[in-house]
Design a protein around this ligand. Structure first.
Ligand code: ZN
Length: 207
């Protein structure tokens, strides 16, 4: 899958930056206004704290914008003499579709073949998290994960498969309830060598 590199830009780490309360209040105020526009009474007891809760929830669900990939990896790269495929499969994934601001969720499978370095296994789900916790389309998310691993680990190749269900399809009745969208990004050996790609896909399927 080909995508724009500029889409993969990882912003400077601002995770520790204090939230500007003005920005939080503005988000809350806008959410109050949305309640009004929907025909609700934002002063109704059960709704009074809803804008604050939703604002906090949205900040969390988009925290990937404020994560710095290098800080996340924190130098967890190790020199090894291992050149077989490394696979981390069934990584839980939650993201927000950028078209409807509704969740899509499922599983992500990541594989790479080391050249000189491997990365701590626990870092792979963290990389997925950095890009999933943003407004996304599944295709771009898949590519960003693959390209980041390619860039940071410099392996012989990377394969990423995401299987996800989109609430914007399911809840709005656009598609059948059980439809799953599958996307993949294959780079290096995974793109050039059908056997490598097939080995990965077979291991992923063997759930
Ligand atoms: Zn959508």
């Amino acid at each position: 899958m080909k995508g724009d590199l500029e889409n993969t830009c990882v912003r400077e780490g601002r995770e520790d930056a204090p939230r500007s309360s003005a920005s939080d209040l503005s988000l809350e105020e806008n959410l109050r206004q949305i309640l009004v526009e929907l025909g609700e009474d934002p002063n109704r007891e059960a709704l009074v704290k809803t804008p604050r809760r939703v604002a906090k929830s949205l900040r969390f669900l988009t925290r990937g914008y404020r994560l710095d990939i290098d800080k996340v990896l924190n130098g967890a790269l190790f020199d090894v003499c291992y050149d077989e495929m490394v696979i981390v499969k069934d990584i839980e994934l939650f993201s927000l579709c950028e078209h409807h601001l509704l969740p899509f969720f499922g599983r992500c499978h990541v594989a790479y073949i080391p050249k000189r370095k491997v990365i701590g296994l626990s870092k792979i789900p963290r990389i997925v998290e950095v890009f999933a916790r943003r407004l996304q389309v599944q295709e771009r998310l898949t590519t960003q994960i693959a390209r980041t691993i390619m860039e940071k680990i410099d392996p012989l190749g990377v394969g990423v498969v995401i299987e996800a269900r989109h609430l914007c399809m399911i809840m709005r009745g656009v598609e059948k309830q059980n439809s799953v969208a599958v996307t993949s990004a294959m780079l290096g050996a995974f793109r050039d060598n059908p056997q490598t790609r097939e080995e990965f896909l077979t291991l992923v399927r063997g759930n």
